[in-house]
Design a protein around this ligand. Sequence first.
Ligand code: SF4
Length: 559
Amino acid sequence: MTRFVLVPDTTLTYDYRSFPLLDFLPCAPSRMVPDKIYYFLRGRSPPHKPNGELLVAPYSIRRLEVSLRRRFPERDIAVSAEDMLQNFIKDDTSIIAVSTMDPLGLGPTTMSYYALFGGELYAWVWKEWDSLMARINALRRGKKAKLVVGGPGVWEFAIMRDMVEKYNIDLIFEGEADDILPDLFEQIEEDAIDSSMFSHGHLAFDENFRRVLQKDDKFLSRGVGTSAYPKVEDIPPIINPAQKGMTEIMRGCGVGCDFCEVTLRPLRYRPVEDIKQEVRVNLRGGFENAWLHTDEIWGYKHGKMFEPNEEELLHLFSEVQGIKGIHHTNPTHGRISIPAAYPEMLKKLSDVLDAGPHNWIGIQTGVETGSDRLAKMHMPNKTLPLRIGPDGSWQEIVWQGVYNETMYYWRPAFTAQVGQEGETVEDLMDTIAMVNRLSNSYAGQRPFEFTITPLVNVPLGRIKAKKFNFGGLTKEQLAVYYVSYRHLAKMARRDGYRDSRGNFFVRASVGSIISFGGSLMLRTVEKLAVKAGVDIEKIKRYGLPHTKEIRTLATLTRA
Ligand code: SF4
C-alpha cells in the first residue's frame, strides 16, 4: 500500500544536459521547438529504483517527503517517476500530491516568449503538464485517491480557474507547509479541514500590494501572518537526494522590491549543520556540486543597510566546499551591488570556492533595467549599501559588479524586465545602452562574462488582482529583446561547446544546437524588430561611444 504518492512536475526532473540556462527550455512555445530537439536537449530521464521510486527528485518534493516522514512510516510514502506511477496509485492510495512551478506557462520566462511570438499560449511546460495530468487521471479513475497540487506555480490556477476542473484537481494548496503537512494530509484524507489552521481560498493582492484572501473552495491556504510560515526548526534536512545537488540555505529576503513576493515572507536562515547534512545526502545521489538555494545570497545574515556579512558567508561557503567529495559550490541568486562594492570579499569567496577559468561560479541576478529612474522607483534598496547618485549611476554599479565578477570568475545570469509600471521609451533606451556596454566590456583581457534574458514584467500580485491582458511588445521593448538576444548568441558561440557536458559527440551536438539555436533566435528576434520599425544598426551601437572609458571606469567608492 502506498498511502501518499508524491509526484514532481516533469519539467523539473530532467538534467538539461547540465548546460547553463537550458533548464529554461520548457518555457519555449511547443510549436517552435520540435519534439525531437526538445527531447534530446532535456537530457536523461531521472534515475529510479526498479520499483519506480525516484533516486533523485526535485528539492520541493524532497521537502514534502521529509515533512511526511516525521509522522508516517516510510512504506506510506513514495516519490514516483512519472512513467512508473501505476506501481503506486492503487485502490488504497489516499493522496496523489504534485508539486509544480509553472504548470500553465504563465511564469515570467514563459510569458516573455509568448509576448515575443504571440500565438497560442502553449509552452512545453504546459504540454508536459497536460501529459502528466492525463496519466495521473487515467490511473486514479474509479479509485478514492485525491489529487492535490502545491508548489510555487499554483497561483496560475487562480488566473486560469477553469483548469482546476479540467484537470480534475481536488485541492490546491498555496504556501509553505513544512510544519503542517502531516496535519494537512490527514485532514484531506478525512474530508475534515480544520478552519483554525487553513482557509478555503487563495492569496490575492489589492492595488497597494497588500495580501488579501480570495475565497475559493478548491484552494487552501494558511493566511498571511508570521504564523503562516514554518519556523526554521520546523524545516528538517531532506533525507534523499535532490535534483542538481540543491539545498536551501534561507527563506525570505527583505530588500523590498515592489514586484517581488519573496520579500513579503519572513527571513529565516537555516543552520549550517543542516545545510551540510543535505549536501552529504545529495553527494549520495552523485552530486559533487552544492547548489545553495536562496533568493538573495548577499542577504545571508546581513548587517545594517544590507551590508554583506563576510564572516558568515565565508564560513558557510568554506564549510560546504570543505565537504569531502564536493568540487563546486554556487548560490542560486544574488544582487549585483555587492560584487560591485566588495571586490575583496568576492575574491576571498572565489579562493574558498576554487573559482577559475574551468570553474566559473554561476549566479542569477535581476538587474531588471538600465534606468536610474526605474531602479529607484521599483527596487530602491537593491543597490544597498550603495546608493544611486552618491555611488554612481545604476548602470555604473552594474558595470562594476560584472567587472569584479569576471575578474574573480563569477558568471551572472541576468534578467531584464520590460513593461514595468511607469516605464518610458527613455528607460528602455537606458537598458539597451547598458546591455551594449556590458557586452562590449573587458576585465583585463577577459570579455565580460554574463548572460541576459529579457522578461515581460508579470507582477504576480497585480496579475492576481487583475485579469492578464497583454497587447504585444512595443518597438523599444523589442529593441531590448534584440540586444539581449544578440549578446546571448555571442555567449552561445563563445561558450556553447566549453560548457556542455558528456562525451565528445554529446558535447559537439549540444554545443552546436546551442550555438545554432542562439543564432536562429537572434535572427528571429531581429526580423520581428525590423518589422516593428527598429533601426537595427542604430540599436546595435546605442550607448557605445564610451567603449574606451568603460574599460577604465574607476572602482566604486566602497571598494
Ligand atoms: S532583492 Fe531579489 S529576492 Fe529580494 S526583494 Fe528584490 S527581487 Fe525579491
